[in-house]
Ligand binder design. Structure first.
Ligand code: SF4
Length: 356
């Protein structure tokens, strides 16, 4: 069964670490963009009945998601997630989401420490998040994800542990832990690469500290009952994201909106990257056959469950990783070891197809 991804790249502010094609754009672009997504959804040829929907961003919690959901067949869907910025939720909105079929909310928290948040451009506090979670629960929305970033400027082992404590305190059943990405696509990333000091770039923890933060997260979250089921994702039993699992298990999904990607089981394609480009031309591009052999390894090995089946044509690399303790094999399934998770980019580089 297929998943549907809808991108809504509009935000109230541009966070310093954010490397998505999202941001603060004029209202007329937002209106043209929304109309283009609705038109793309209406024109879709539904080869499968959608089972899961994910409305991501950006900050889709600042618009009415029903304008998109009303165009999608398959109600009642198994799982419908909306991403939300803390502080943008009230009871009325949460109840309307629930009535519209939304049953999972992903909160872009990133940190529970006020000083760390302030430097990223985020305005919420730990109390805002706790209050949002209480509102969501009152509206019947129990399946809640909290996003955290390891590696924010000024983060220490103590402050990181405090953020993890908050996850336990509010009883979130799902958490996503991402490592800060340093690249040219974010203001903070550019400043770090230029060895500058704006946005707290000089106070970013080093790689060893970030790796330690990740290991602390695995330990603390596991103790709180949230087991790692994918490199960045932790959940209580029954709260794994059915939608995101489709990406790693290579099940089909259709993407709508800017920079949305699609996969029909055989072919992959994507939409224009920026909101402005997409609003002007929503036709799909870069259609290419999926490399099923490579993808099975570099997507499937992200999952704690690992993969089954033969290892050809990567026999040599896999034997090397087994000998180095980065992969393990239990006689049936191949998976990353704890050390392999930390060095996963090195492992996956062996499986990613080389561009012609
Ligand atoms: S991190 Fe989220 S809220 Fe901040 S700019 Fe990026 S998409 Fe928008």
């Amino acid at each position: 069964m297929a998943g549907v991804y809808i991108s809504y790249p509009f935000c109230a502010q541009k966070c310093t670490y954010c490397n998505f094609a999202s941001g603060v754009f004029p209202a007329d672009l937002r209106d043209r963009y929304t109309a283009s997504v609705i038109a793309e959804l209406r024109a879709a040829k539904w080869q499968w009945t959608p089972e899961t929907i994910y409305i991501g961003g950006g900050t889709p919690s600042q618009m009415d998601p029903r304008v998109f959901l009303d165009q999608i067949p398959g109600r009642p869907w198994r799982e419908v997630t909306i991403e939300a910025a803390p502080g943008t939720i009230d009871f009325e909105k949460a109840a309307a989401w629930r009535a519209a079929g939304i049953n999972r909310v992903s909160l872009g928290v990133q940190s529970f420490i006020t000083g760390e948040l302030a430097r990223t451009g985020r305005k919420h506090t730990a109390e805002t998040v706790a209050s949002d979670v209480a509102i969501l629960r009152r509206a019947g929305l129990e399946s809640i994800n909290i996003d955290l970033i390891a590696g924010l400027p000024g983060q220490t082992r103590e402050s990181w542990t405090e953020s993890l404590d908050w996850i336990e305190r509010i009883g979130a059943p799902h958490a996503s832990v991402y490592m800060l990405e340093v690249d040219e696509d974010s203001r903070l990333g550019r400043e770090i690469l230029a060895r500058g000091s704006r946005y707290g770039a000089g106070d970013v923890p080093d790689d060893d500290a970030i790796a330690e933060f990740y290991e602390i997260a695995v330990e603390r979250l596991t103790r709180a009952g949230l087991r790692r089921y994918e490199i960045s994702n932790f959940a209580r039993q029954g709260y794994q994201s059915a939608h995101n699992l489709k990406y790693w298990r290579r099940e089909p999904y259709l993407g709508f909106g800017a920079d949305a990607h699609s996969f029909d089981g055989e072919w992959r394609w994507r939409n224009a990257e920026s909101a402005a480009e997409y609003a002007a031309d929503s036709s799909p591009r870069d259609r290419a056959a999926a490399d099923a052999v490579s993808e099975r390894f570099f997507l499937g090995l992200r999952l704690a469950e690992g993969i089954e089946g033969d290892w050809a044509p990567f026999d040599d690399a896999i034997r090397r990783f087994l000998a180095e303790g980065l992969l393990e094999f239990d006689g049936r399934r191949l998976r990353l070891t704890s050390r392999g998770v930390l060095l996963s980019n090195e492992v996956f580089a062996e499986f990613v197809p080389v561009a012609p």
